[in-house]
Structure formats: structure tokens, C-alpha cells
Design a binder for this molecule. Structure first.
Ligand SMILES: Cc1ncc(COP(=O)(O)O)c(C=O)c1O
Length: 354
């Protein structure tokens, strides 16, 4: 791994090597800046009253709630201990030892395929801000991978996959390559393809309740796919991986469809002013459909230096070394307005010409 981060949000891990002030603001994690869904904690607390009971081995009630929320058959849904558990299971469950990953990408795709005894074939973007459709289509034809991992909106670049790009990649996959579409941040962008899993037998959609709904510490995610594919993943999943409070919190989130639009608008309204303030300091944030901004640093400023300096001042950013972006980029979540403003002030003090 290059740089001090493997994942965002690991303040405890960072505190082992860096002196962090007690009241740190975390810009490295891509969870919702306004906290968890308000009904989630109450539901989880109620479930804690029964902590001596085993949860449902396959989280059937949660599965039914997910299926109902998306209008899909229950046989298409597999709940998991976060999307990360399902990413881990996928390659082993579906015999994926050769997979294409468009880089820069979330590192767990590569690690999960490696844990299954395989390797990913990286397809690098020619331009960081555009999806390399032609190169992906050519790489599918050349390598005939068992799976292609695509994320929309993409972590760390933030852009949503255009419909035409999805269609081109899906067509190139044909019948023998699975298209794994990670929608961990889709509540911010809209345009989910969940409802297509009943029509497209090689599409697997991953969702997470840890980001937008703020259940990162409880761990809830799910996968949607045609029943034969979902069934193979479900068969490999150990029992009880979604605990009782997590399932209860997840169901509270899913029962509130109005929450998504309102919270998306709150973040979208903050994103452009934050990007503008960063641009005014000489950073180059990429256009984003998510709740985070990948920012190219000004010439002469390195993430290796900026990261610890900001951390000591109480602002933890995502060093992008582990994404293969060296020390030229940082990724920032869009935070609450007052925290964004405090960050901009501190950042300005650490830049040479501002
Ligand atoms: C793109 C992407 N997919 C999946 C995950 C895993 O999400 P979860 O917390 O649901 O395991 C993350 C977490 O950072 C992510 O960035």
C-alpha cells in the first residue's frame, strides 16, 4: 500500500501512528455528513433488548424488506454484513478468478478476487474524469474475464456511469461475463439499475446502507441479482452475519422512502460551494455525483506532506496512494457547512500561495 490510508474512516488506526487531536473532523470517510437515519438508532436499541437471541441466520425479514422496497422477488436479494461481505463472497461463490477492474477503484474488488485465488486485470482510465468505455470493451473481448467490476458513482472519482457506457459494457459482457455494478453511493446520484436484475441474468448490483443511511458501524449491505446468481452467493454466506440490531436499523431505513430525496438535496446543495472554495485555493476537484470530491493538488503540494499536517490540525483527509494515485490527489467527503468552512480555512494555511 502507498500512503497512510487503505480505507477512509480509520481514525483509530491513524491515531496509532499520528498524533490526532481528540475532536478530529473526518473528511476521509464517505458517510453521510448529517449522521445516520433518525429511526435507525431507536430500532437498533430496541433490538438490543433481545441481544441474547440469535438473529435470523439469513436475515430473512431484512431480505423481505429490501425486496419490497425495490419491488423485486426475495430470491433476487442477499443481505450482508455491509457490501464488503458480499464483495468478498462474490468471487468464491461465482468462480471469479479473472476479473476486470476499471482503475482507480475501490480496493476490495482486487483483494476479494485475490482471496479467491485469482487476480484482477486493471483497465486504467486515460483521463481520470472519464470512464474508458472503449478500453473496457476491448479488454473484455481480449481477456474474457468471468466478471467486470464497475462502480457508479465511482469511488474515488465520484462520477456516475452514463447509460450508454453501461449498455456498451453490458453488451460486451455477453452471457459469460458477470457485470458487477457497485451502487454503494447511488442514493446521491440516482439512476440505480437494481430493477434490471430480473431482466439481465449476468447483472449483479451491490448496495450499502452504511454510507447514505449512516450504518457504517452496524454494517448492512445487500446484493441483487437473478435468483441463480443470488442463490450461489447466499449459499456461501455464513449464518448470522447480519446481527439483530443491524437488521432492525436497516429495516427502519428502508421503511422511509422520503428520506432519500431530502438528504440527497442537502448534500448536493453543499457540494458545489465546497468544490468552488477548493478550486479557489488551487485544487482541482473532479465533477462529482456522490458525496465526496477527488481533488488534484496544486503543483508543488504533495499529499504525503499535506495529509499529516492537516491531521495534526484535526482534519483527516483521504490520501489516495492506495488507489494508485500517488501523492497528487486527496479525496474529501462533503461535510456539514460549518465543518467545510473550518476545513477550507485550515487548508489555506497549509498551501504555499494562498
Ligand atoms: C465503492 C464501495 N463499495 C463498497 C463499499 C463497502 O461498503 P460497506 O460499508 O457496505 O461494506 C465501500 C466502502 O467504502 C465503497 O467505497
Amino acid at each position: 500500500m502507498t500512503g497512510p490510508h487503505r480505507h477512509g474512516g480509520d481514525l483509530a488506526g491513524l491515531a496509532r501512528t499520528l498524533e490526532l487531536p481528540a475532536d478530529c473532523h473526518d473528511f476521509s470517510v464517505n458517510t453521510h455528513p448529517f449522521g445516520p437515519h433518525p429511526g435507525a438508532a431507536a430500532a437498533a436499541r430496541k433490538a438490543l433488548d433481545h441481544m441474547e437471541r440469535y438473529p435470523d441466520p439469513a436475515a430473512e425479514s431484512l431480505r423481505a424488506a429490501i425486496a419490497a422496497a425495490h419491488g423485486l422477488p426475495e430470491a433476487c436479494i442477499v443481505p450482508g454484513n455491509g457490501a464488503a461481505e458480499l464483495i468478498d463472497l462474490l468471487p468464491r461463490a461465482l468462480g471469479v478468478t479473472r476479473a476486470l477492474v476499471v482503475t482507480p477503484a475501490f480496493g476490495e474488488y482486487r483483494d476479494a478476487v485475490a482471496r479467491a485465488g485469482g487476480a484482477v486485470i486493471p483497465v486504467a482510465r486515460e483521463r481520470i474524469d472519464s470512464f474508458p468505455t472503449g478500453a473496457v470493451v476491448a479488454a473484455i473481448a481480449r481477456h474474457r474475464p468471468q466478471a467486470v467490476f464497475v462502480c457508479s458513482p465511482n469511488n474515488p472519482t465520484g462520477e456516475r456511469l452514463a447509460d450508454a457506457d453501461f449498455q456498451a459494457v453490458h453488451a460486451a459482457c455477453g452471457e459469460s461475463t458477470l457485470l458487477v455494478l457497485d451502487e454503494a453511493f447511488v442514493e446521491y446520484s440516482g439512476g440505480s439499475r437494481m430493477d434490471e436484475v430480473t431482466k439481465l441474468p449476468n447483472l449483479v448490483v451491490l448496495r450499502s446502507l452504511t454510507k447514505f443511511f449512516g450504518l457504517a458501524g452496524l454494517r448492512v449491505g445487500y446484493l441483487a441479482a437473478a435468483p441463480p446468481v443470488a442463490g450461489r452467493v447466499a449459499a456461501l454466506r455464513p449464518p448470522w452475519t447480519v446481527n439483530g440490531p443491524a437488521a432492525a436499523a436497516g429495516m427502519a431505513c428502508l421503511a422511509d422512502p422520503d428520506y432519500v430525496d431530502a438528504q440527497r438535496q442537502r448534500v448536493v446543495a453543499l457540494r458545489q460551494p465546497f468544490a468552488d472554495a477548493l478550486s479557489a485555493l488551487g485544487l482541482a476537484p473532479l465533477p462529482s455525483d456522490a458525496n465526496f470530491l477527488l481533488c488534484r493538488l496544486p503543483e508543488g503540494v504533495s499529499a504525503d506532506h499535506l495529509f499529516p499536517a492537516l491531521a495534526r490540525d484535526g482534519f483527516v483527509v483521504r490520501h489516495c496512494g492506495s488507489f494508485g494515485l500517488g501523492d497528487r490527489y486527496i479525496r474529501l467527503r462533503v461535510h456539514r457547512p460549518e465543518v467545510n468552512a473550518a476545513f477550507i480555512k485550515t487548508l489555506a494555511r497549509h498551501l504555499p500561495c494562498s
